[in-house]
Design a protein around this ligand. Structure first.
Ligand SMILES: *Cc1c(COP(=O)(O)O)cnc(C)c1O
Length: 465
């Protein structure tokens, strides 16, 4: 037996101490390190991409390389990271993942570690209840929102088995690109995907959706899947969920809600109000690595009727359809595309039970507060136009002087190294966006972000005048 590959107690402790020290120092420094780094150089790439040697390398040397690897790009774990969708990664969940990997028990099927499957199914049931799905509901934790959207698309598609060639998919022009990608992977022809216009508030336009559905029906096509967003990635906009559900019910389409970003805001009063109608969904995509602050790699798909999911993923019929979900533990291999998979439920369960649901609700409320106060502060900056009052935790804004001035603001913020923001385009116009979704982001960071915007706006106006 290899001493290296199966270390003894003393060696395990030595390794663990070194890793813990690295983690502690990393997190202690996080508040002082920049939110973004200069472009990675070819020499760094070459060093980091060096293939492994025949003989081992000192751990301290590898940690030195890891330092260099981490000092690149944009730091998604920083509280100063307001780009895209931030995700701090709760430490206890990271440790939960560590234990999941150490114990390395099998959760693909029920037989491997039914206890861990019970833990995951409890987490999934809790999620189903959050969204007020009925008792028939169930779901599975997956690697992220993209795979959840793909799984939902295949489940919706299977309702038209064996021939889905006439089935049509609908989503708004502001929907996440993964829904179109999911349709592509699921073999749905691009001619069968409709991108529906949005209204001035960037919500999917219901009259346009209705018209597209009617046109398709008149042409002999079958509305198969309507996808609404509960929090778009760009602006955090929630589509009219109840109305979308009604249209889907009327035409017999599967109603999917992509709540990868916004989903867990349902824990808050404001979020629940914004997402009224989500309880009517046939399926919901959530991302615990977004609005539950967990480390990357945990999304989930919740379905109204577990039989639908099993029918599409099992391939052998809905043999468990009549079994009440609380009477039996699921085989996760028959609820998603994966067979062997990490014990994702463990880290979600650990974080939720360790801190209690209230801790997450309060943190999400704090994110909503930060977005609201930042939007108000930006409105007070001369020459800044805020897109709309944020529905969730994303603020999008621009300069009234046009795209070049708006781009200059984004550059000024990002060049500071202090805060990092990303941008989007709406109606052909450039927008800067700030997303609040990290337990490490505080009011000081938000104030600094506003300060950088006003500096840039003032500079610009001074040089123009
Ligand atoms: C992030 C996101 C996705 C994709 O989720 P991943 O976890 O990155 O795969 C899908 N939809 C929306 C609305 C998102 O914000």
């Amino acid at each position: 037996m290899s001493d290296d590959l199966e270390p003894d107690t003393a060696e395990r402790r030595r390794l663990a101490d070194a890793f813990m020290l690295y983690a502690d120092e990393y997190l202690a420094e996080l508040a002082n390190t920049p939110a973004s780094y200069p472009r990675i150089g070819p020499d760094v790439i070459a060093t980091l991409a060096t293939p492994p040697a025949e003989t081992g390398t000192e751990l301290s040397h590898l940690f030195g390389l890891l330092d260099r690897a981490l000092e690149t790009g944009i730091d998604t774990s920083s509280g100063k990271f307001l780009s895209y969708i931030p995700s701090g990664g709760i430490y206890a969940a990271a440790l939960g993942r560590f234990l999941g990997a150490v114990t390395n028990r099998y959760t693909g099927g029920l037989h491997g570690a039914p206890g861990l499957v019970a833990i995951e199914s409890g987490v999934v049931e809790w999620m189903c209840r959050l969204f007020q799905l009925p008792d028939t509901a169930s779901g599975v934790l997956l690697s992220g929102g993209s795979i959840a959207n793909l799984t939902a698309t295949v489940a919706a598609r299977s309702r038209l088995d064996p021939d889905f060639s006439r089935g049509v998919v609908y989503a708004s022009t502001r929907a996440h690109h993964s829904v179109v990608k999911a349709a592509t992977i699921a073999g749905i022809h691009p001619d069968r995907v409709r991108m529906i216009d949005v209204d001035d508030a960037l919500r999917m336009e219901m009259t346009a959706l209705q018209r597209a559905v009617a046109d398709d029906q008149a042409a002999g096509l079958v509305p198969m899947l309507i996808i609404a967003s509960a929090g778009t990635t760009d602006t955090g906009t929630v589509d009219p969920l109840a109305e979308s559900a009604r249209i889907a019910a009327d035409c017999g389409a599967w109603f999917h809600v992509d709540a990868a970003y916004g989903g867990f805001f349902v824990l808050t009063d404001r979020g629940r109000e914004a997402m009224v109608g989500i309880e009517l969904a046939d399926s919901i995509t959530v991302d615990a690595h977004k609005s539950l602050f967990l480390p990357f790699g945990i999304g989930g798909l919740l379905v109204r009727d577990r039989g639908d999911l099993i029918h599409s993923m099992e391939g052998r019929g809905a043999y468990m359809q009549d079994v009440p979900s609380h009477d039996v533990l699921p085989n996760y291999f028959s609820m998603g595309p994966e067979l062997t998979r990490p014990a994702r439920g463990l880290e979600v369960w650990l974080a939720l039970h360790l801190y209690g649901v209230q801790a997450f609700r309060q943190e999400l409320d704090r994110m909503l507060d930060l977005a609201a106060s930042t939007a108000a502060a930006l409105r007070a900056v001369d020459g800044i136009e805020v897109m709309a009052t944020p529905e969730l935790s994303i603020v999008a804004f621009r300069s009234i002087d046009g795209d070049q001035a708006t781009e200059a603001i984004a550059r000024h913020i990002n060049d500071s190294g202090d805060i990092h923001v990303s941008s989007t385009t709406v109606d052909g116009r450039f927008l800067v966006r700030m997303a609040f979704l990290s337990q490490r982001t505080d009011a000081t960071t938000a104030a600094r972000a506003v300060q950088l915007v006003s500096e840039s706006a003032v500079d610009r106006r001074r040089s123009a005048g």
